[in-house]
Unconditional design. Structure first.
Ligand code: NAD
Length: 353
């Protein structure tokens, strides 16, 4: 079995759903259920004997120690994190606690566990740390894309906390011989993303007739990857990645934010036209830029392609169409997330917490 941390979040939940679609190996999902954790996303796994959920904090060392000894996972895929840059600017404390202290605490438990298991379990064991391209800082136009050997120059409390966790994971490999793998991925989008992030926020606001706020001039460039392509890349690294190595994951899809918002508006114009016949582009408004807003991220994914034969299956055009259609088809999921109704559902399903 594998242990997934943060499996009730956007990427972790997609990863679990994909994992169980592709394999019968059971998954234990450990998640604290912060505002970003949503078990409704995993409701289709209700009663599936291959899936179990434990509500808990990665900082709770006694709990993690117990879970490891009880379930003896052959791998851990570590997604749990505070993940929203804007929130990290307003309140960095939780980011330091979960992303740095939490990863440290988890590594300590894993180190003890690794020391206790049998030799054959040890050779199969992997700890895969899921991280972001934001640790590399910002690129200027024309700079080469981030490779795994780039300097680490984080600019937000979020990216600084992720960079710190990446360093800890690396150190536990070199110091204690833990069999670790790290992935640094670009911006993900797709089904089940909490509507505080750019793409779902724009879809949800557009449909609600609200403004579509664009930071600064909208020319900040990001690389975009459809979430199931990220999940497939993680599986590939888990299977074949070289221990102690870092793999960059990206979609070869560099786009300015304003182009993303235009693409969403154009798709909505086609799929759910406004009653007044005007374009959703009319709802775009420009707002003061985020402090320290990185100008450009771009990922060079040559290493994972060359060593592990991974390539994204979706182009931006196919992925964004699927995503917009998904949000149109899942208005109830969005409404529940926004109203907090899913927390009531959670209590009904699992009892008061
Ligand atoms: P998310 O915010 O949607 O989900 C995070 C999950 O972690 C939530 O379910 C939350 O309840 C859980 N969690 C938070 N603190 C916890 C704690 N202390 N103990 C246990 N669980 C806790 O995030 P996401 O977008 O799914 O990102 C997952 C991972 O991927 C993160 O590590 C993030 O840094 C990384 N990443 C995200 C992106 C992206 O575009 N979203 C890109 C690259 C890397």
């Amino acid at each position: 079995m594998i242990l997934v941390t943060g499996g009730a979040g956007f990427i972790g939940a997609n990863f679990i759903l994909e994992w169980l679609r592709n394999a019968d190996e059971p998954v234990l999902n450990l998640d604290k259920l912060t505002y970003a954790g949503n078990l409704e996303t995993l409701a289709s796994l209700e009663g599936d004997p291959r899936y179990a959920f434990v509500q808990g904090d990665i900082c709770d060392k006694a709990l993690i120690d117990r879970l490891l000894l009880k379930h003896r996972p052959r791998a851990i895929v570590h997604f749990a994190a505070e993940s929203h840059v804007d929130r990290s600017i307003h309140g960095p404390g939780d980011f330091i606690q979960t992303n740095i202290i939490g990863t440290f605490s988890l590594l300590e438990s894993v180190r003890a566990y690794f020391g206790m298991i049998h030799e054959d379990e040890r050779s199969a064991f992997r700890f895969l740390h899921v991280s972001t391209d934001e640790v590399y800082g910002s690129l200027a136009k024309g700079d080469p894309a981030f490779s795994e050997t780039n300097r680490v120059e984080p600019n937000s409390p979020y990216s600084a906390s992720k960079a710190a966790s990446d360093h800890l994971v690396r150190a536990y490999h070199h110091t204690y011989g833990l069999p670790v793998l790290t992935t640094n991925c670009s911006n993900n989008y797709g089904p089940f993303q909490f509507p505080e992030k750019l793409i779902p926020l724009m879809v949800v606001n557009a449909l609600a007739g609200k403004s579509l706020p664009i930071y600064g001039d909208g020319q900040q460039i990001r690389d975009w990857l459809y979430v199931t392509d990220h999940c497939a890349a993680i599986r590939r690294v888990l299977e074949g990645g070289r221990l102690g190595e870092t793999y960059n994951i990206g979609g070869w899809n560099e786009k300015p934010n304003i182009d993303i918002v235009h693409a969403i508006c154009d798709l909505l114009d086609e799929l759910r036209p406004r009653a007044d016949g005007k374009s959703y582009r009319e709802q775009i408004t420009y707002v003061t830029d985020r402090p320290g807003h990185d100008r450009r991220y771009a990922i060079d994914a040559t290493k994972i392609e060359r060593e592990l034969g991974w390539r994204p299956a979706e182009t931006f055009e196919t992925g964004i169409r699927k995503t917009v259609q998904w949000y149109l088809d899942h208005a109830q999921w969005v409404a529940n997330v926004q109203s907090g109704a899913y927390r009531e559902w959670l209590e009904r399903q699992y009892g008061a917490r």
